[in-house]
Design a protein around this ligand. Sequence first.
Ligand code: BGC
Ligand code: NOJ
Length: 822
Amino acid sequence: MRYGHFDDERREYVISQPDTPLPWINYLGMEGYFGIISNTAGGYSFLSDARLRRLTRYRYNNVPADAGGRYIYIRDDSTGEYWSPTWQPTQTALESYECRHGLSYTTIASTYNGIRAETLYYVPLGETLEVWRLRLTNLGDEPRELSLFSSVEFCLWDAQDDATNFQRNFSTGEVEVVDGVIYHKTEYRERRGHFAYFACSEPLAGFDTSRDAFLGPYRGWDRPLAVERGTAGNSVANGWSPHGSHHVRLTLGPREEREVVFLLGYWENQPDMKFDPPDSQIIDKRGVRPVIEHWLRAETVDDGLEQLRARWSELLSTVQVETPDSHTNRMINTWNPYQCVATFNIGRSASSFESGVDRGLGFRDTNQDLLGFIHAMPERARQRLLDVASTQLANGGAYHQYQPLTKRGNDSIGSGFNDDPLWLVLSVAAYLKETGDVAILDELVPFDSDPATASPLLDHLRRSVRYTLDRRGPHGLPLIGRADWNDCLNLNSFSESPGESFQTAAIRDDGNAESVFIAGQFVLAADELAAIGLRLGHTEDAAELREWSDAMKAAVVAHGWDGAWFLRAYDDAGHPVGSSTNDEGQIYIEPQGMCVLAGIGLDDGRARRSLDSVSERLSTRHGEVLLQPAYTRYRPELGEISSYPPGYKENAGIFCQTNAWIMIAEAMTGDAGAAFEYYRRINPSAREDISEVHRCEPYVYAQMIAGRDAATPGEAKNSWLTGTAAWNFVAMTQWILGIRPEHDGLRIDPVIPAAWPGFTATRRFRGATYRIRVRKPVGVTGRVRKLMVDGVRLDGIVIPPAAPGSSVEVDATVESELDVAS
Ligand code: BGC
Ligand code: NOJ
């Protein structure tokens, strides 16, 4: 069953009924001012950091779900009837409803009682504000007397404090209302230089800034007293819950259409320009007023939307493909890179499931998110690499998370996730391959945000590798620390206290547990760093790195192989985890993916065997589960993984990010059919028809799809903010379609399904545009045997970088393995 459809031409997902199984959200903002918005206008906004600079409130576990948002109420003043044109919060039975989630904008349109209302929401480029443009049309032949009421509930900036510290924050709220603009200025009197504002293009009949005055006692958003009454209270908030509501009265003639613009924005004043007059407590509005006036104009709003569309067209034009599979095309051309931008911007911090208060940007997450983002905005990727590297610790380790606003490591979660530092090597390598910008390696970057410790980025990468090398366990494999990629495999914590965080629980005896996953990751990272070293002429360093990598490979072969797959780990007592000798959790997916990615076992059959084991034991029609058999009871020696009921999350859920590693591994071993089939199973667009099972948005990946052991197999959870976005983009574009940036140029090495006759693609790479056509006989699989570049046959399949600005015609011919053999 579907709840809408893709409008591929307009790059929109069109939702045709408001009560989707879960709020289906979109993101507003691309640069600094962000918001989430659901298909019924629920959601909230923040500047840079969903925890520290939150503009509006949102309650995650409220009933009904998704309450609180960017609401407009329409009231028929002749009858007193009122409704929400976005369905929520009044849930009036609208005569028509359509939400279009586009690229950084959303429109929600409906008709009710002879009035059509369409609201466009977006954040203009270069601004710290959001526009809500309401278009109202009287569909009838009689004039209509209407009232509009807007509504936002302000957050007192620090979202965590706002939701918990009521003894203080019920007394701090302050607002100003001047010339119809509502200013929210809590704590502006003291150390904050910023405030929020809420403006309207029309003259006001009234306003409210006290939530309780607007709603009335014991009422919810579905029946605010002010709206019911038809007049605002002109309330001024003093403490309690500051709120913003404009009341506009208008008469719409027969068939008349009117536009009303609302602006919700954020503004910062310099410390010496906070107040006007300077000795008062009144906000100095000289900076913000012209911005408000500008954006309240209809033409400005139209232009801003055009600019946003143009920006997205430009960004997406970096990679465009035309394959025989429409799900691949729409994901790769639009939605997957779009999701990659969201994960780059927001990390794992703000979605319908991520409350924004407990995580900033993860170290490993950020480095992986970059993999799907570098090609689109290399300059921003560069800055982010330097930011994340500057939170690295001097010993090469890493804070697990940092706050985007302060750019400092987060003490409360700390460090000791031993995979973290290696991801930095992999993201920098990917950046270099995409851009060729080796100068980044010389950038001076601090450790732990302390400028006195600044040293070249290259030194950071060396320390990442050293960190792992210096922390090996009894089998010569890397110590896992708190956890590796799998945050829930906590082999050293033995937590028995209810509620204790598995991520911060004390580690017993320094922790002896070892990770085969990190071993694979180390091989990959050491090889990448060796390749970088060779390019820089550091031959000795490169040789040393290769030795380390070889030694680690040997350790994996000697101690990390279970007979038919790679082991997952050794626990603190030295027992294998992810082994046929275990009663549950005999095989885990992560080491199969990571070890093959690192090239381990490609030459001796182990890689193939391990992937066959994945297919035999982990494969389901909804995707490949993380482990089997699922853990049926809690095991303190394994930690959080065994805390989940079977089939969910890390305990044998389909953790979609790991599936991408298997796709890549299959492509590396040349199994085109398997690689594509794994891609298809979790492709959200390909799952659209089973939306009632999948339940999350069909246009973005979710972190997890419940596995075969779950009560609800196939049900997705935690959509939007997941490493799945970047990794699936990499898996499809670089390994299945095989258009892969390398230090020396663009490799063309597709591993595509037998049924395909080929595909075409456009790829911008280091300033040149490559128009690529791949041809293949239908019914066979194979590899590129002939590559023509601008009509000339190339020796090999790596095209050297062309002059920036140039356009390159690439013709690749795939031949079947059989033809080559005969
Ligand atoms: C989740 C993991 C996540 C971890 C850290 C766990 O509860 O299952 O997926 O990585 O929390 O936030
Ligand atoms: C989600 C976390 O954000 C990520 O860092 C982790 O690798 C996965 N969960 C797996 O536990």
